[in-house]
Design a protein around this ligand. Structure first.
Ligand code: NAG
Ligand code: NAG
Ligand code: NAG
Ligand code: NAG
Length: 519
């Protein structure tokens, strides 16, 4: 694929002088600024850069919004999918499109909401400092409004809008969609504990976010969260076994992790001992996989649950936190952290030559950003609780080692990589221009139907609309990236990638501490 050169204009002598002077001034400024941040240690990274990147990353949620866009800020977006849900007489017009397509997949959408809630709960102050707290809450609510409506009765949850085969057979803007938008549900006969529990986790965590500002709404969220957890726990099945059609895109490998994750969130939301008993009792033995570090992702919530439950052993009251099982969660979270620190003897070898965590070819960046988010959260738990060391097979590490790891991942994503390109669209002066995203690829004044839009997929021109804030799939293991619109493996952004990077950047915008209690 052709590489576009960014034009640079010629310049004359005085201009050069100005540039040099500006460079010196900037360097002096940077040194002074670093001083005001304290130690000048590499553990601080570049907060201004992360704050700028955060403002950009947050915009992708606006691009993905379905429904009636009353306060739309994206010039090439408009109302779409207004009738979603109508076949069941419910309103599923809101929510977010999953990626470059126009499917609403409930499993990853709920996970996006859970991670975004978590980021707000840990780093709401930092987001606020960057002017991003309100946008984050608005985007979260856009999803939770949908999730509440997708759960019309106790044991029915709509988990998908659209037919993936039909949807992927079209290439046009969401505003011009004409295809039928069939609904898929899980219920007591065809259950889905993973998707129901993830939706419960999303609503329980969002309850905590909205608790202080909107008690009516937050109570509604909690009511649904509790019911969904009961539904998930009582009718145990993997949703992609009940409904094999969903295996093509978001095949779930199990529901035990989501049950523990949802119960952990419900414990934080309600403080009720039953939820602690749930994760520390038999279900912990069955599902927690103690001692084995794994990768946090839309399919695997265990590392998230381990870190979230560590919160209780860091900050909880003695009578709750003195439990053997909670200790095992924390030890497993420590094992995850030890795997991430490059100098630790149990460091994972799943890295590129330049240090990016790299686990899978498809959507490669999901793992490094998810891991870095967990690392910065865990490092802040250590700092806030004055825990001075993390022990990894006899070697001791500090909170700052985890933060430094997180910074290396963020910096890589933002351009410190062999491609010298930012994988966050809109950040820096080189980023992917052929993002696999239908809406971004079709000019705003064109209204192609399902099939006639494919000429925009095939076009050699860069996307006419910039999908600002999209975090694309990312590089190969050899750190190369092919900027081609048809390259969905590397070039397709997702909403959950955005939730991770928003969380990560929020954790890096200031030297951090976290609140000791979400309540
Ligand atoms: C329960 O869900 C299955 C799978 O989505 C669906 O085929 C079935 O019609 C649903 N049951 C009812 C009563 O709607
Ligand atoms: C989905 O996951 C299940 C369980 O891990 C596996 O048996 C099945 O082959 C997977 N399906 C697809 C289409 O990959
Ligand atoms: C895009 O990729 C798909 C799947 O690899 C392939 O079937 C299709 O022909 C490609 N389209 C273009 C325009 O290259
Ligand atoms: C990098 O890896 C990809 C995928 O394995 C491969 O297609 C490509 O040719 C490799 N590029 C280089 C420069 O080795």
């Amino acid at each position: 694929m052709k590489q576009r050169k960014r034009s640079s204009s010629g310049c004359c002598g005085w201009f050069l002088v100005i540039i040099v002077l500006a460079g010196i001034a900037f360097a002096v400024f940077a040194v002074l600024k670093h001083k005001t941040w304290g130690s000048g240690s590499p553990a601080l990274g570049d907060p201004k850069k992360y704050s700028d990147a955060l403002k950009i990353a947050m915009q992708f949620f606006d691009i993905q919004k379905s429904g009636k866009l009353d306060e739309n800020q994206i010039p090439w977006r408009g109302d779409s999918a207004l009738k979603d849900g109508s076949e069941a007489k419910i309103d599923l017009s809101k929510g977010m499109y999953d990626a470059g397509d126009h499917m609403k997949f409930g499993f990853p959408m709920a996970f996006t909401a859970t991670v975004l809630s978590w980021a707000i709960l840990e780093y709401g102050d930092q987001m606020n400092g960057a002017g991003q707290l309100e946008p984050a809450r608005n985007s979260l609510k856009w999803i939770t409004d949908y999730l509440v409506n997708s759960h019309p009765t106790a044991n029915v949850l709509y988990i998908q809008v659209g037919n993936a085969k039909v949807d992927h057979g079209c290439w046009n803007r969401p505003e011009d969609m004409k295809e039928a938008r069939p609904l898929t549900q899980v219920n007591a006969s065809y259950p889905g504990s993973d998707v129901a529990a993830e939706t419960s986790a999303a609503l329980a965590s969002a309850y905590l976010v909205f608790k202080s500002t909107d008690s009516t709404y937050s109570s509604l969220l909690l009511k649904h969260a509790v019911q969904l957890f009961q539904f998930a726990d009582k009718y145990r099945e993997v949703y992609s076994i009940s409904i094999p059609d969903v295996q093509t895109y978001y095949n779930s490998t199990g529901y035990g992790d989501e049950l523990l994750w949802a119960a952990s969130w419900l414990y934080h939301a309600t403080g009720e001992a039953t939820y602690i008993d749930y994760v520390t009792g038999e279900n912990g033995d069955d599902f927690a996989n103690w001692g084995s570090p794994t990768w946090f992702s839309w399919d695997n919530k265990l590392p998230g649950a381990q870190v979230l439950l560590s919160r209780i052993s860091f900050f909880g009251s003695k009578e709750v936190s003195n439990s053997d099982a909670l200790d095992k969660y924390r030890k497993t979270a420590e094992a995850v952290m030890c795997g991430l620190i490059p100098k630790s003897s149990s460091a994972t070898s799943s890295r590129t030559e330049n240090g990016l965590i790299w686990v899978s070819e498809w959507n490669a960046l999901q793992h490094p950003v998810a891991s870095a988010f967990l690392a910065v959260v865990y490092s802040d738990y250590m700092l806030t609780s004055r825990t001075d060391k993390l022990s990894c097979d006899g070697d001791n590490f500090k909170a700052s080692d985890l933060r430094e790891f997180a910074i290396t991942q963020a910096n890589y994503v933002l351009g410190n990589n062999p491609m010298k390109m930012s994988y966050l669209v809109g950040f820096g002066n080189k980023y992917p221009e052929y993002v696999h995203h239908r809406g971004a690829s079709v000019p705003g004044d064109e209204n192609p139907g399902c099939k006639d839009g494919f000429k925009w997929l095939d076009s050699d021109d860069p996307n006419p609309n910039v999908a600002t804030g999209a975090l694309v799939g990312g590089p190969f293991l050899n750190e190369s990236y092919v900027d081609s619109r048809n390259n969905s493996m590397q070039g397709e952004p997702t909403t959950y990638n955005s939730a991770f990077i928003v969380g990560l950047l929020s954790g890096l915008v200031a030297t951090s501490s976290v609140v000791q209690s979400f309540a």
